[in-house]
Design a protein around this ligand. Structure first.
Ligand code: GDD
Ligand code: MG
Length: 364
């Protein structure tokens, strides 16, 4: 019992900080990220970073620095000092992106303790406390979380040794270079001493720079392989939509949607299935169908429109008889009557489609 209390105290004494890398431009998520930076794109109508803040708070970490570069004011305006979410948020803003490790170095003045670093685009139900415990008991200089994926080419492949040490990094490997299925899951625990290995004032990367350097120096660098954990990088439209479908279907172990229905108006003969999320102040007219989808606040769905497996941001109007299927529609759009928005379509904010338009994977 005493040992347990000692260990818990040690863990929370040692690990009290987090840094979220949230400065990327979100290029692959365009046009959604033209007006909304990736860290706060809505996921089931909540700014994405709130899911990461929840994960940190569950592990007892409240001192969180957001490392920003692209559209920082929008993020600060949305999240403020964190008090609404039970944490203390601080911000660092790079005048130009410094790279992942460069961003961590740039925040050096705020870093005093071992720090949990998150890539700011990972949705996961990781048990962070266990990772922290492993890092502490192994007295590691760095710990990296790995996750298995079918195709590592879009990620950083990480080879490990049987004793859990990291053996090699290969960022964005070519198909013929793939040697294993474990990739960098974008979650690290770093001792402050690694700051000394990152050059100041220049662009530097964890993946190409610091991590291979730690291996070369023979530092204690361990991997935590989380096999049964939900993990997705929301940074492409396909994965952004997939994250929604997984949350709607309750496939994300520790993350449950609390409220699927806002305060909205729906005709009695409209169909809204149990899985769908409907935001506040939406209007759903007679004969409309909302199936396995998310509607942001203030959407207006006209008669006999059908929305299926899709995400629609706030204040969008879908005209009578229009069909939206497996698509993402930005904020303040207008989809004309009988228009068809098909699989894979991604419409930026304020898009206006004239009546009978056809877009996305429409079959003739
Ligand atoms: N502050 C700051 N400054 N943040 C940055 C910068 C920068 O210069 N560059 C990138 N970021 C942030 C992004 O906002 C994102 O949250 C995170 O760092 C990772 O950048 P991505 O551009 O999304 O990288 P990736 O997805 O191609 O690859 C990374 O993530 C994979 C897991 O999804 C790598 O870490 C891979 O090794 C990893 O497998
Ligand atoms: Mg990413």
């Amino acid at each position: 019992m005493l040992v347990f209390i000692y260990l818990s105290l040690t863990i929370f004494y040692l690990i009290m900080q987090a840094l979220i890398l949230a400065g990327g431009k979100g290029t692959r998520l365009r046009p959604l990220t033209v007006y909304t930076p990736k860290p706060i794109v809505p996921i089931c109508n909540r700014p994405f970073l709130l899911y990461q803040i929840d994960t940190l708070r569950r592990a007892g970490i409240k001192d969180i620095t957001l490392s920003l570069s692209y559209q920082p004011h929008k993020i600060e305006q949305q999240l403020g000092d964190g008090s609404d979410y039970g944490v203390h948020l601080k911000y660092t803003v790079e005048t130009q992106p410094m790279g992942t490790a460069g961003a961590y170095k740039y925040a050096e003045d705020l870093i005093r303790e071992p720090t949990v670093v998150f890539n700011g685009d990972i949705l996961t139900d990781l048990d962070l406390k266990t990772v922290i415990r492993e890092h502490t008991t192994r007295k590691a200089t760095a710990t990296i979380v790995l996750t298995p994926v079918e195709n590592p080419t879009a990620y950083g492949l990480v080879e490990t040794k049987v004793d859990g040490h990291v053996a090699r990094f290969l960022e964005k490997p070519k198909p013929e270079e793939i040697t294993c299925n474990t990739i960098n899951a974008g979650t690290y625990i770093l001792e402050p001493k690694v700051l000394d290995f990152i050059p100041a004032g220049e662009n530097h990367s964890f993946e190409y720079g610091l991590f291979p350097n730690l291996l070369m120096r023979g530092e204690k660098f361990f991997a935590h392989i989380s096999k049964r954990t939900y993990w997705i990088d929301i940074g492409t439209p396909t994965r952004y939509l997939q994250a929604h479908l997984d949350l709607l279907a309750n496939r994300v172990g520790r993350i449950h949607i609390k409220e699927r229905r806002g305060d909205f108006e729906a005709a009695t003969i409209a169909e809204i299935d149990e899985l769908s999320i409907v935001g506040d102040e939406c209007t759903i007219k007679p004969g409309a169908q909302v199936i396995n989808s998310v509607l942001g606040a203030g959407c207006y769905i006209e008669e006999k429109a059908r929305i299926e497996n899709s995400v629609i941001w706030a204040h969008t109007r879908v005209g009578a008889g229009a069909q939206v299927s497996s698509a993402i529609v930005g904020r303040g759009c207008h989809i004309g009557r009988s228009a068809s928005v098909g699989a894979g379509a991604v419409l930026g904010d304020k898009t206006s489609l004239t009546d009978y338009s056809q877009t996305g994977g429409v079959s003739v």
